[in-house]
Design a protein around this ligand. Structure first.
Ligand code: GLA
Length: 391
């Protein structure tokens, strides 16, 4: 059997740096079932962790220089201690350096490190490969320094690393689910209070099918930051009419209808997506708990339409995949997942049809685009863990 990422990164550390690991951490990618572009609006999200993980092995550097290697690119990247702790050049090591800098800012002693990375989370596929990397670095550092970090604090530290070192103004969802995911459960996260509640997805009669459009999405591309700014604009316009509103979490669809003349038109449509999506996410959690999978699927379909028409973060490839998926026997609902502009769709399918549906969607997408999409059926996996500690 082929080795898992947490084992491969140990091998890589030994091969490249001739040293065994001081510590190893691993963390999963995620798929968001529903609740898209709501996290940075204080709303609700309902992601689950994937079984696919990233592994990070690290040890103190023998000469105070930071060194990084990944199995995706065998060249070693080196920094002095001072350079490593600055934003500097933005590349994949930014996610690791940002997390290490976060530990130091929180008062922990982290020496310069040699770091080796292996991953089974598809890169740039909208399944949060970057959060999986940040969180596995954090889990390995916890193992090295022998200090466990409280889960919410750990997720916030990793989110900050992404803001500051990768320049992506992401919300709280990806890092939170990568830290706190649990096998056979989705997580309903209230991004205002940061409270997280497990929701079982253990019923074997339904499966989660993920299909990659193979269009690479880059959140640093500016569209994401623009959507955030449009939401802030909507809040500002609405707050002039209703002073109690401090984020789109406070805005119901009824309130939106009454304030329409006072809100800039594009910002109003963005707000309609967010208010509708927050309501859908709460309904979806209720449906999942009740085993109402048809109802859950309908909410997924509505979510996609709203992301496509009001929030405008889909693309023709994602729309095509969603359309093809919905025609397959056993598919209960389908939507784009993650930031958008590429990446994956997620669909809920009757388990007996999941594999046939995956093959059929891939064949039809290939026939229409000439691109062969990756796809897989997944259960909910566990969140991050320290695989090996130094103490
Ligand atoms: C990206 C961000 C998340 C979230 C989603 C959209 O994945 O990292 O914080 O905003 O987009 O729901």
């Amino acid at each position: 059997m082929s080795k898992i990422a947490a084992e491969r990164c140990e091998d890589l550390l030994l091969r490249q740096f001739g040293q065994g690991p001081g510590a190893v951490g691993s963390a999963p990618g995620r798929v968001n079932l529903i609740g898209e572009h709501t996290d940075y609006n204080d709303g609700f999200v309902l992601p689950m962790a994937l079984e696919r993980r990233t592994g990070v092995a690290l040890c103190p550097s023998p000469d105070c220089r930071w060194r990084f290697v990944s199995e995706h690119d065998d060249t070693v990247v080196e920094f002095s201690d001072e350079e490593a702790m600055q934003v500097g050049r933005r590349d994949w090591t930014s996610y690791c350096r940002g997390v290490a800098a976060g530990f130091r800012s929180a008062g922990h002693t982290v020496p310069p490190l040699c770091i080796a990375v292996a991953s089974d989370v598809p890169l740039g596929g909208g399944l949060s490969s970057s959060a999986a990397l940040e969180v596995s670095v954090a889990s390995a550092i916890e193992g090295l320094i022998g200090v466990p970090i409280e889960p919410v604090t750990k997720a916030l530290l990793c989110q900050k690393a992404e803001h500051e070192f990768a320049g992506v103004p992401c919300g709280y969802m990806d890092q939170a689910i990568s830290v706190m995911g649990r096998a056979d459960h989705a997580l309903l996260i209230d991004c205002r209070s940061l409270e997280a509640t497990l929701v079982p997805v253990s019923d074997g009669s339904v499966s989660v099918l993920i299909v990659n459009s193979m269009v690479r999405h880059e959140l640093s591309g500016g569209e994401y930051a623009q959507r955030r700014a449009q939401c802030e604009r909507a809040v500002k316009d609405i707050a002039r009419v209703d002073g109690a509103v401090s984020s789109l979490r406070d805005v119901s669809l009824d309130l939106l209808a009454t304030v329409r003349p006072h809100v800039e038109p594009i910002a109003w449509r963005r707000a309609r997506h967010v208010a509708g999506e927050i309501a859908r996410t709460l309904k979806a959690a209720v449906a999942l708990r009740a085993g109402d999978y048809a109802g859950f699927g309908r909410l997924m379909d509505e979510s996609h339409a709203s992301l496509r028409d009001d929030y405008e973060v889909s693309c023709k490839e994602l729309d095509l995949l969603v359309e093809i998926a919905r025609c397959q026997c056993g598919v209960l609902g389908a939507r784009m997942t993650g930031g958008g502009f590429g990446g994956c769709i997620v669909s809920l399918v009757a388990s007996e049809h999941a594999s046939t549906a995956g093959h059929a969607i891939a064949a039809s997408y290939f026939a229409q685009t000439g691109v062969r999409p990756d796809w897989f059926v997944t259960r909910a996996g566990d969140g991050a863990r320290t695989e090996r500690a130094a103490h």
